[in-house]
Design a protein around this ligand. Structure first.
Ligand code: ATP
Length: 233
C-alpha cells in the first residue's frame, strides 16, 4: 500500500534519512522501531509531506506522494496520531473527536463515527463533556487515537503511543492496537517499546542512524538479535 524507495530527507543541509526503503502491505500493522535519534519521526514527516524528499520516491497505492501537501493526506484517507497526542486542551473530548472527522467528505457520518469511537473507547463516552486538557495521560492517548480514527482512514500512522504512560495503561494502548488490526485498515506504528511493538506487528523495521538495518516478518524476529542491533552504535 505504502512504498518508500531509497528515500533521503532531512532538515535543510542536514540529511537524516539515508536511502530508506520500506513496503507496508495493505491491512497489515507495520512497526518502525529504533533508538532516540534514529530518524523515525523524520521518516513520518517525510511520508506526511512535512519534509521535502531529496532523493527517492514515496508512493501510496501506486500514486507518488511527492509534492502532496499535508492537508491533502486526509483526502487520501491517511490519518496520523502524533507523538505527544496534540489534543485541543480547551475543547471537550467530544469536540476533539468531531474535529477529527472534519476534513473528510464524510461529515454527514460524524454521529455514526462518534458512536463507533465511544463503542471502542467507553471511557471517552463517560468523559465526553470533559476538557481534553484535564484527561490523564492514558485517556489523552485514547482520545488521540479515537480522533485519528474519526475520518475512517485506510492508513493510520501512530507515533510513539506508549510514551510516558504507566505500564497498565501501556497494556491498554497495545490491546487497542491489536483490536484495530482487523484487516480493514493499514497501521504504521512507531515505537520505542520494542517487545510490545514486535508482539502486535506483522512486520518490523528497525532503524539506526537514519537507515533501515532490519526488515523482518514479526513472527521471525529474534528479540535478542533485535536488541543487539538496536543498541549497536
Ligand atoms: P525519537 O525517538 O527521540 O523521537 P527519532 O528516531 O524519531 O527519535 P528523529 O526525531 O527523526 O529521530 O531525529 C533524527 C535526527 O534528526 C536526529 O539527529 C535529530 O537531531 C535530527 N533532527 C530532528 N529534527 C530536526 C530539526 N528540526 N532540525 C534539524 N535536525 C533535526
Amino acid at each position: 500500500m505504502l512504498i518508500l524507495e531509497q528515500v533521503r530527507a532531512g532538515y535543510g543541509a542536514i540529511n537524516v534519512l539515508w536511502d530508506v526503503s520500506l513496503a507496508v502491505a495493505a491491512g497489515s500493522l507495520t512497526t518502525i522501531i529504533g533508538p532516540n535519534g534514529a530518524g523515525k519521526t523524520t521518516l513520518l514527516r517525510a511520508i506526511m509531506g512535512l519534509l521535502p524528499v531529496s532523493h527517492g520516491a514515496i508512493t501510496l497505492n501506486g500514486k507518488p506522494l511527492a509534492g502532496m501537501p499535508t492537508w491533502g493526506m486526509a483526502g487520501l484517507s491517511v490519518a496520523m496520531v502524533p507523538e505527544g497526542r496534540m489534543t485541543f486542551r480547551d475543547m471537550s473530548v467530544e469536540e476533539n473527536l468531531i474535529m477529527g472527522g472534519f476534513p473528510k467528505a464524510h461529515r454527514a457520518h460524524v454521529a455514526r463515527r462518534l458512536e463507533e469511537a465511544y463503542a471502542m473507547f467507553p471511557r471517552l463516552r463517560e468523559r465526553r463533556r470533559q476538557l481534553a486538557g484535564s484527561l490523564s495521560g492514558g485517556e489523552a492517548q485514547m482520545l488521540a487515537m479515537a480522533r485519528g480514527l474519526m475520518s475512517d482512514p485506510k492508513l493510520l500512522i501512530v507515533d510513539e503511543p506508549s510514551l510516558g504512560l504507566a505500564p497498565l495503561v501501556v497494556n491498554e494502548v497495545f490491546e487497542i492496537l491489536a483490536r484495530l488490526k482487523d484487516g480493514s485498515r493499514t497501521i504504521i506504528l512507531v515505537e520505542q517499546n520494542t517487545q510490545r511493538a514486535v508482539a502486535v506487528a506483522d512486520h518490523v523495521y528497525l532503524m539506526q542512524s537514519g537507515k533501515v538495518v532490519l526488515s523482518q516478518a514479526a513472527a521471525e524476529v529474534n528479540l535478542e538479535h533485535l536488541h543487539g542491533l538496536y543498541f549497536a552504535r
